[in-house]
Design a protein around this ligand. Structure first.
Ligand code: GTP
Ligand code: MG
Length: 196
């Protein structure tokens, strides 16, 4: 996809703060510090459109971006990190659940996981929510550059079994090497052009 424009629109906590839109929307979710913001920047060819940080829990609001004036990308705050203050963690559940439930323009959630970690309860619970609200999932394994090709494949197999899905469903990605970027764009484009 050719990115002609990518602009920050607004940050929100509650539904009444979401931008009003009839445009399709893709959200990006995953554990704190997994690399959500970096992945969005890589996809959009922007170095600093979305703030990234080595401190987990940097993104605490729902951030909306508009791409080519045609669809929205949403950076969701990460879940499950012990070092994130309890007050922040407590707000996460209701904030995300409202978003998934109320955002009718949401076409799919890109679920970002670290290729080095086996999915745990947080991922599995989140996937249950997505199924409950009938939201398609694009599963991505990021930080692939941290592993050799052989280990990437081994981990992808392991994670696929943990998620009870096929290895082919998983997109291996790296914000550092841009591995997987084209494949992920294809998947995102399919979802934003889906007619309901
Ligand atoms: P929160 O907003 O805090 O939930 O984090 P996030 O998921 O948005 O992660 P962010 O993109 O801020 O990245 C966290 C850290 O991981 C940063 O230090 C990034 O440079 C690093 N990182 C992200 N993606 C990759 C990747 O593909 N490869 C490598 N090697 N490092 C990455
Ligand atoms: Mg972030």
């Amino acid at each position: 996809m050719i990115i002609k424009s990518a602009d920050f629109v607004t940050s929100a906590v509650r539904p009444e703060q979401y931008p009003e839109t009839r445009l399709p929307e893709i959200a990006f979710a995953g554990r704190s510090n997994v690399g959500k913001s970096s992945l969005i920047n890589t996809l959009l060819n922007r170095k600093r459109l979305v703030k990234t940080s080595s401190t987990p829990g940097r993104t605490q609001l729902i951030n909306f971006f508009i791409i080519n004036k045609a669809f929205y990308c949403v950076d969701l705050p990460g879940y499950g990190y012990a070092r994130v203050p309890a007050s922040v963690r407590k707000k996460w559940g209701p904030m995300i659940e409202h978003y998934l439930k109320e955002r009718t323009s949401l076409q799919a959630v890109t679920l970002i996981m670290d290729i080095r970690r086996t999915p745990r309860a947080e991922e599995l619970n989140f996937i249950d929510w997505l199924h409950l609200y009938r939201i398609p999932i694009i599963p991505v394994l990021t930080k692939a550059d941290k592993l050799s090709k052989t280990r990437q494949n081994k981990q992808a197999q392991l994670i696929a079994s943990a998620l009870e899905t096929d290895r082919e469903q998983l997109t291996l990605f790296s914000a550092k090497t841009r591995q997987g970027k084209d494949r992920l764009w294809d998947l995102v484009e399919k979802q934003v052009s889906r007619v309901e």
